[in-house]
Design a protein around this ligand. Structure first.
Ligand code: SAH
Length: 375
């Protein structure tokens, strides 16, 4: 799908002008605020104004690489539904469904299994109008009841199975920078050349983090990333889990344990770009801290499993058997394509290890498929 760069270049210039006007008025803004405006501004933000996913866009995601990804996650959802006791009404929700490819592939597989699609309502949490439209087109098949929502809090009540692939990494991060024995908010100002530049904000009163940094003898300039919006996702899921069974599978790129490092990155047309140039025109993301996500889930009374490497997850969910089945009806060229695409999903040198999955459930549910006893 072609990106709409030329169409939005004027608006994104307006976004630069607006951000600069705000900085001139109020002083430096936090990186978190900068990232939020760049990604989510209702008129000129990256997601609300573009269709960035796929070969013709800025980046490609696992469901766009191979149909097997969505199909296997559909199987995961089916087994979870059964472990909930096959409730007669269940919400199959996806957070940030992109072009709708994952859900379309999952539903195609789920329709062949008894019961689930008669009981399930699909609910998509998506804020981007162009992506909602792409999702409507991808999921136009008659028979599926689909609703769209701006926020998790608006999802219909009842038992729920949630899938989120490359959703958390798009949520804004805070960066704290360690300078002369204090943590400072990393901020953005207007540099001497008139462009955006990083600066240290005033020191922060975060006593526990300060003590940790001292204990670890962090070098000056160390950066710690925090993602309040990801904690808000967990809190919203936990609130639902009090009333009805909940299982969620969160897949993204990131690290297993919290640690220092600057992972903010910008991508444009499949190449790295400067995160402070072209606000609203490039994709800004940062690694997901799975350790922090898991801690947050457990602190909110949920059970958390993993994270498990994406390659291992897909293999345990039956990737080889699915591939063999697809290859039976394929030409040699199609077989080669299927093999290389799935290889990309599981290969440790490609997406197999950097991408990880965290499973979260409400209390009282069995460990979800592929997460055995890894709580
Ligand atoms: N899951 C898809 C798309 C990943 S890109 C895939 O794997 O291909 C991130 C997705 O999250 C996009 O659909 C984007 O519009 C959506 N998104 C980003 N921030 C959001 C927010 N705050 N609320 C809802 N959706 C959001």
């Amino acid at each position: 799908m072609a990106p709409t760069h030329t169409q939005t270049s004027m608006e994104s210039t307006l976004l630069s002008v607006r951000l600069k006007a705000q900085i001139a008025r109020t002083g430096p803004i936090s990186l978190e605020r900068f990232m939020d405006v760049c990604m989510a501004d209702a008129t000129a933000g990256y997601y609300p104004s573009k269709q960035p996913i796929g070969a013709g866009g800025d980046f490609t995601t696992a469901p766009e690489v191979s149909q097997v990804f969505g199909e296997l996650l559909g199987l995961w959802a089916y087994a979870v539904w059964q472990s909930m006791g096959s409730p007669e009404q269940v919400i199959l929700a996806e957070l940030g469904p992109g072009r709708g490819t994952l859900m379309a592939d999952a539903l195609r597989g789920l329709r062949r299994l008894p019961g689930f699609t008669d009981c399930a309502k699909v609910a998509l949490v998506e804020t981007s109008p162009p992506l909602r439209q792409a999702q409507e087109e991808a999921l136009a098949d008659p028979g599926a009841y689909i609703s769209w929502h701006e926020r998790i809090e608006e999802l219909p009540p009842g038992p729920i199975i949630v899938i989120a692939n490359e959703f958390i990494d798009a949520l804004p991060i805070r960066q704290l920078i360690w300078r002369t024995g204090q943590w400072h908010e990393r901020c953005v100002l207007i540099g001497l050349d008139g462009g955006f530049a990083f600066c240290d904000g005033p020191p922060l009163a975060v006593e526990n983090l300060r003590r940790n940094a001292e204990l670890q003898q962090l070098p000056d300039g160390s950066i710690l990333e925090i993602r309040p919006a990801a904690n808000a996702v967990i809190t919203a899921l936990a609130a639902r889990a009090k009333d009805a069974p909940l299982a969620a599978l969160i897949i993204d790129y990131g690290h297993e344990a919290t640690g220092c490092g600057d992972t903010l990155q910008a991508v444009s047309r499949h190449k790295f770009a400067d995160p402070l140039e072209q606000p609203g025109n490039v994709d800004l993301t940062a690694h997901v801290d799975f350790g922090a996500l898991k801690d947050s889930a457990e602190a909110n009374g949920l059970l958390a499993y993993g994270p498990k490497a994406q390659g291992a997850l897909l293999l345990e969910l039956g990737l080889d058997a699915r591939l063999e089945r697809l290859c039976q009806d394929a030409t040699q060229d199609e077989r080669d394509g299927l093999m290389s695409a799935t290889q990309r999903l599981v290969d440790p040198a490609a997406m197999g290890v950097l991408f990880k999955a965290l499973a979260i459930t409400s209390q009282g549910l069995a460990p979800p498929p592929a997460f055995g006893n890894s709580a």
